[in-house]
Design a protein around this ligand. Structure first.
Ligand code: ATP
Length: 448
């Protein structure tokens, strides 16, 4: 049986991954429990608490119906007990799916689950979409309050089903996170973490582990500051490297820890839009878009850096792009752009503004248009009126067009990213691209 769970926590406390870790530990005596999955869904969803995460795991019970009923009851009890039900935005949902669901109508069912998972990461779904899937495939479920968590629960369970044989990363890219949880009596108090040990541990395993620290900003980023039960999470591509880091880090004693297979660090939320599809851009979606910088970037109140890009040569339709203040040094890269640069932007669209996560500078505009110089005296010629060319006031010489001058640029072509302090869980760190030889034809500038 596969169990998917979501929406049990609030900003004030709780954590769906903690609930999952407790269940995985408690249920071990009822059957063989898989490595749980931590699935990040659409990062733009307004009702998310933090990272829009949902969880799932599989438990093998040899399809013993009595056992399964007992397990469902344990899950129900723990969800009721560990959910922050008093908080308005907490709407738990749980689904129970037969592990053999793909044995019948395999291709059709696989397609349905794939569509649901992918839409949960890239689109905005409704609770009706979740109920439709539940009734179509006859899933057992349970929920509390408005049950919105069923969306995430179904998506997390679908991810596990589709990617169960997770030694095939070509189907769905994945990474790992080892999360350590605090002892209950410490929840809500400052975390005791020996920072020196974290920097050393990170140095010993980066880049097989990543986003533990932010070197450029001198910050440790693997531990939250909220009152939730998480002590820290070590993210990476190698289980061995993650455990090596774990052993080198000194902290307060933990209550438990759990390794998750996750879609974090994969960029799965990004939709690549073609030139012809650009009118269809919608808020609350994340895109990869090619364009040309239309205006030189400017810094606005709050330290955010803004510029426009035109997406289509014919219509000159464009959007604004923004690098928010928390992206720190990434803004310097963005400030280095100038009108005419060909770029690819990566990020989420809100109020028709793209919140930049990455940018590829594909071709720098090295040419600057200037008033021409007079051939006789060398002085700068003046405009002779709109669309009437240029004239030298002294010699009377005439030139129809502006002169083109090649300039030097400080900015280099290639891919740039927001640093770990400002990175979304689902965003792929450039160092992963470099390690995996993706975009071998491009120059990659990891933030570290
Ligand atoms: P945390 O990261 O701390 O676990 P969270 O950020 O995951 O918290 P939730 O409390 O799970 O936030 O709330 C997100 C809610 O949005 C859930 O009810 C989930 O079912 C729903 N949801 C997730 N993805 C989508 C989507 N694509 N469309 C509509 N609703 C979604």
């Amino acid at each position: 049986m596969i169990i998917g769970i979501d929406d049990t926590d609030s900003r004030k406390g709780g954590c769906t991954t903690y609930l999952c870790a407790v269940l995985v530990d408690d249920l071990k005596e009822y059957g063989e429990v898989s490595t749980p999955r931590l699935v990040r869904l659409n990062p733009c969803i307004p009702f998310k608490t933090r990272g829009n995460g949902a969880v799932s795991f599989e438990i093998k019970t040899n399809t013993n119906a009595e056992r399964e009923a007992e397990i469902k009851e344990i899950v129900r009890t723990q969800v009721c007990e560990l959910s922050e039900l008093r908080e308005e935005g907490t709407n738990p949902g749980v689904v129970f799916i037969d592990s053999n669901v793909l044995n019948e109508n395999r291709e059709e069912r696989r397609g349905i689950l794939k569509r649901f998972y992918e839409n949960a990461v890239r689109e905005v779904l409704t609770i009706e979409d979740a109920y439709r899937l539940i009734s179509e495939l006859h899933f057992d479920y349970f929920g509390l309050k408005n049950k919105r968590g069923l969306i995430g629960a179904l998506a997390a369970a679908s991810f596990l089903l589709l990617q169960r044989n997770y030694r095939k990363p070509d189907y769905y890219d994945f990474t790992y996170e080892l999360i350590a949880y605090r002892q209950k009596e410490r929840w809500g108090t400052p975390r005791v973490i020996d920072e020196t040990s974290v920097w050393k541990a990170d140095a010993a395993t980066y880049p097989l582990t990543w986003d533990t620290v932010d070197v450029a900003n001198g910050k440790i980023v693997f531990a939250p500051h909220s009152p939730c039960p998480v002590l820290f999470g070590i993210r990476g591509d190698s289980i061995d490297a993650i455990y090596k880091t774990y052993k080198l880090i000194h902290t307060e004693p933990e209550e438990r820890k759990m390794l998750f297979v996750t879609n974090q660090g994969t960029d799965f939320h990004l939709i690549r839009k073609l030139e012809t599809e650009k009118e269809e851009l919608q808020d609350y979606h994340s895109y990869i878009l090619d364009g040309v910088v239309g205006s030189d970037p400017r810094t606005v109140e709050g330290g955010h850096v803004v510029f426009s890009i035109s997406l289509s040569e014919e219509t000159l339709a464009g959007i604004e792009c923004i690098a928010y203040e928390p992206t720190k040094g990434f803004r310097d890269i963005v400030r280095g752009l100038r009108a005419g640069d060909a770029v690819t932007v990566f990020g989420s669209l809100k109020k028709k503004t793209l919140n930049l996560e990455k940018i590829e500078v594909r071709k720098l505009n090295l040419v600057i248009d200037k008033n021409p110089r007079c051939e006789k005296c060398g002085r700068t010629m003046k405009s002779a009126g709109r669309l009437q060319g240029y004239r030298c006031k002294h010699c009377g010489t005439y030139r129809a067009d502006k002169a083109k001058e090649v300039i030097e640029r400080v900015l280099e072509e290639g891919l740039y990213e927001a640093p770990p302090v400002a990175r979304r869980h689902i965003s792929k760190p450039l160092i992963r691209m470099q390690m995996r030889m993706e975009g071998a034809d491009k120059k990659i500038h990891p933030s570290r």
